[in-house]
Write a protein that binds this ligand. Structure first.
Ligand SMILES: Cc1ncc(COP(=O)(O)O)c(C=O)c1O
Ligand SMILES: N[C@@H](CCOP(=O)(O)O)C(=O)O
Length: 519
């Protein structure tokens, strides 16, 4: 925390856990709406949808029914060998298989494979940068791979996704031996400031479908346990749809910015005297008792949205596959979602291989890392300790089996980062123009280690997934730059300099600070 005498003390301290193809019909429609084409402003206006129609109504008129060629359903994860036919409609409220295991959303891959890889690539590319409902969303631009059977009228979207893929030029050049092909996928530059928006648009859309007529299911709200980001995303999407949201938060373990998000969006916020794992146990008990739909990534619908970040990365590289993708892991849904996105594109011929995945954990919350180090022999849940990467302070991850599957299928690696390593990595990245969150710091620290051991080669195309916006975790940066964190050198700290408001004092301060005092 910033001490009272620190130049940062004016900041209130809070507890810190502390290419178009003419043959595709949709393109003809898009062109009609393109006001930047060679058509005059007058003709563009002429082709605009009727004034009394909004974009949702327009989508309904253009696609009145769901695309019945494609379908998806829930199946046990991994497949139940005793009952290989066990499956459930996505319109059922079910989170677990008969055996108590996880579920997975499966797609009719045979139907999807009737179209070539180049068809899908061109279709997805054609939808980027538009406002056609719902394709203006990076998630729904891949609707056929996500929830093919939902109607445009049921979708709750805030045009999420399509996030920036940042070329980390200076970080690679100056701090990673000249690494020329280093990228950061900014999933946190998003509506609620984290990648959770990608999954939440899918989950809340499906709940909206269930609650609306003709289904009219008696669901009274949607609930989650959260370390702060899932709750923010759930609250925003529910508020946009007019659906009640209920969030269980571990008291004093999330940032003030994260706490105020569900509060502002009108969710019912329960601050509980336990950790995330305790909140998770409680929400599972409550959702088993009350008709509250469970929004955590135990619910495999979420991962269908999150997997589109992987597809987007491929798209942003013009469908070339990177060598490595590094993802910070907590409850471990996202690492599997990335695998799913990459593997689906491989299986359907959009690309010819999948990247190697790295899951990065904080040393203070590293059950997956320990499991990996045991040679995948023994998994033991732990009580996660406090970490600056507070959103991944999770000791008993729900998606442990999914994560292991993803890592084994991609010849993947698990790495860990101490508090000092993750804060230094975050702060160094900030010094090269980013404003990373501590979780992204965990992934960056893993990159530094894997580069130092030459596991990741200097010329390997590497993507670090940034999972949240740094502004949500400003307090951790205040602490770091104050240099007041116990047992941490805070090597890259850059506190503001308190200076008297007169010319001489300002000149002295500048001389001392700039150009190593040589001006
Ligand atoms: C900012 C941030 N990064 C990373 C993660 C880890 O994602 P997952 O729980 O899917 O492993 C989370 C949530 O757990 C998060 O909120
Ligand atoms: N970091 C998450 C933890 C819960 O993960 P989920 O993906 O299962 O919802 C959060 O922000 O709550």
């Amino acid at each position: 925390m910033a001490s009272a005498t620190s130049p940062l003390s004016f900041l209130i301290s809070h507890p810190q856990s502390t290419k178009p193809v003419p043959s595709l019909p949709f393109l003809k429609r898009s062109r009609l709406h393109c006001t930047t084409s060679s058509t005059t402003a007058v003709s563009a206006k002429h082709h605009r949808r009727p004034a009394e129609e909004n974009i949702r109504q327009e989508a309904l008129r253009l696609h009145p029914d769901c695309d019945s060629k494609y379908s998806a359903w829930y199946a046990p994860f991994p497949l139940n060998e005793e009952d290989p036919n066990e499956k459930y409609s996505l319109d059922e409220v079910v989170y677990r298989s008969k055996s108590g295991g996880l579920l997975d959303v499966k797609h009719d891959m045979e139907a999807l494979s009737q179209r070539s890889g180049s068809y899908w690539r061109e279709l997805f590319d054609s939808r980027v940068g538009r406002t056609a409902w719902p394709y203006g969303s990076g998630v729904w631009s891949k609707k056929e791979f996500v929830l093919p059977c939902i109607s445009p009228d049921e979708i709750v979207s805030l045009f999420e996704g399509n996030s920036n893929l940042f070329w980390a030029e200076r970080l690679g050049k100056e701090h990673l031996d000249g690494m020329p092909d280093l990228w950061v996928k900014h999933c946190g530059i998003s509506h609620t400031g984290s990648f959770k928006d990608l999954g939440m648009t899918v989950l809340v859309s499906q709940v909206n479908r269930l609650m609306k007529q003709p289904m009219g299911r008696s669901i009274i709200g949607v609930g989650c346990a959260s370390t702060g980001d899932t709750s923010a995303a759930l609250s925003a999407y529910c508020a946009a749809a007019g659906i009640p949201a209920i969030v269980f938060l571990p008291a004093d373990r999330i940032s003030i910015a994260q706490l105020i998000q569900p509060v502002s969006n009108g969710a019912t916020v329960l601050s509980l005297d336990t950790d995330f794992d305790g909140c998770m146990r409680l929400i599972r008990e409550v959702t088993a008792e009350l008709p509250i739909y469970l929004a955590n990534s135990l619910n495999s619908l979420r991962l269908e949205g999150q997997k589109t970040a992987a597809i987007e990365i491929l798209q942003q590289f013009d469908w070339e596959v990177p060598d490595w993708v590094i993802v910070p892991g907590g409850n471990l849904g996202n690492i599997y979602a990335f695998y799913k996105g990459f593997e689906m594109c491989r299986a359907l011929g959009l690309v010819d291989r999948v990247p190697r995945l790295v899951c990065a954990q904080a040393t203070n919350a590293n059950p997956l890392y320990r499991y990996y180090k045991s040679g995948w022999k023994e998994f033991n849940p732990i009580t996660a300790e406090t970490t600056f990467a507070s959103a991944i302070q999770i000791g008993d991850p729900v998606s442990i089996d999914r994560a292991v599957f993803a890592l084994q299928a991609t010849n993947g690696i698990v790495e860990e980062a101490t508090e000092e390593e993750l804060m230094d990595a975050m702060s160094l990245a900030d010094r090269t123009g980013m404003f990373a969150c501590p979780h992204t710091g965990v992934a960056l620290a893993a990159l530094f280690k894997l580069r130092a051991s030459n596991v990741i080669g200097v010329n390997d195309r590497t993507v670090v997934v940034s999972t949240a916006h740094g502004l949500k975790f400003a307090q951790s940066k205040v602490d770091y730059h104050s240099g007041t964190i116990a047992d941490m050198a805070c090597r890259y700290k850059n506190p503001p300099i308190s200076v008297k408001a007169n010319f001489g004092a300002v000149m002295d301060a500048l001389k001392k600070s700039l150009n190593n005092g040589k001006i």
